[in-house]
Ligand binder design. Structure first.
Ligand SMILES: [Zn+2]
Length: 303
């Protein structure tokens, strides 16, 4: 069932598979266990002699072959396995999800089954979504420590603008139209990542209640029953509590989606910005009250 050059790795991944598969089925309504194989490869390829367009991927699901391919060196092997397991388990009802949204479902499930790397995946997806819509502004505020009281704001904030280099920027409608998950999508790496990010943002909003993916699945079933080719965009926007398709209608929600855990990941992803922001802020003079400590506050703003 699991094929790898190293027997140790094969056993390791077989263990992951048995740990995670039932959890995928329980988190995804209308999913089932199809027979499948998992192949670990140093370089991802579907057939032995075919060089595919998988150089930026850590895994893919080959439906016709019933096979998950994983890159041996993938940074998060279990998370990648879970992502591909979701693709492999979705029933036909899910096929009416438009554009890139299935990728968002796979990522959403991964963050729940692999909590140790969830903040890192969320931060990566959400920042990519911000880059897709324009840029990401990180505001840093410096505070003095005031003994016994709330931290006192010392200075106005410094803000750093991170550009994702996506030009022209992405319009939210594209996440419903473009299938960024296809290996032949023809999209550049950064555009693809941004679409995955926007899809994750949308699914995360829809699935945020206790019933998880249930309401999204119901929309798929309803669209199928009405013989619609895809779930209408309006239904999805309503389920995600988004008012429309203007970037300005998505950006406040994106900013709110970053919690402390994702902000910490951003510092790890872009360590230089913190130093350059602090360079521009006045620090308390020695001897002044609270000068023995510096406190930071940060937040993000999609721009
Ligand atoms: Zn995928």
């Amino acid at each position: 069932m699991v094929r790898a050059d190293s027997p140790f790795l094969a056993t390791h991944v077989a263990g992951m598979l048995s740990r995670t598969r039932d959890r995928v089925i329980s988190l995804v309504p209308g999913s089932s266990k199809a027979p499948l194989e998992v192949w670990l490869q140093d370089e991802l390829q579907l057939y032995r002699f075919k060089r595919g367009s998988y150089e930026h991927a850590d895994g893919f699901w080959a439906e016709e072959a019933g096979r998950i391919h994983l890159r041996t060196e993938a940074r998060h092997l279990e998370r990648t396995l879970v992502h591909e397991l979701v693709h492999s388990s979705l029933s036909d009802a899910w096929s009416v999800l438009p554009g890139t949204l299935e990728e968002g479902v796979c990522d959403w499930v991964s963050t729940h089954i692999c909590p140790h790397s969830a903040a890192q995946l969320r931060a990566g997806r959400l920042s990519a979504a911000c880059f897709g819509l324009g840029s990401l502004e990180i505001e840093v505020e410096l505070r003095s420590a005031s003994p016994g009281g709330p931290a006192e704001v010392l200075a106005s904030y410094a803000s750093i603008l991170l550009e994702g280099g996506i030009d022209p920027s992405i319009s939210p409608i594209e996440v419903f139209q473009l299938e960024a998950g296809r290996s032949n999508s023809g999209l550049s790496g950064p555009r693809k990542k941004a679409l995955y990010g926007l899809a994750f943002f949308l699914i995360d909003r829809i699935a945020s209640s206790e019933s998880g993916l249930e309401s999204l699945y119901e929309l798929c079933v309803r669209a199928k029953a009405q013989e619609l080719p895809v779930v209408p965009t309006d239904w999805l926007l309503e389920a995600a509590d988004l008012e429309g398709l203007e970037p300005a209608q998505w950006k406040p929600g994106l900013a709110e989606a970053f919690s402390g855990a994702e902000l910490a990941e951003l510092v790890a992803m872009y360590p230089d910005f913190l130093g350059s922001a602090i360079d521009r802020l006045p620090v308390p003079t020695s001897g002044a009250s609270g000068s023995e400590e510096l406190r930071f506050a940060m937040r993000v703003n999609p721009r």
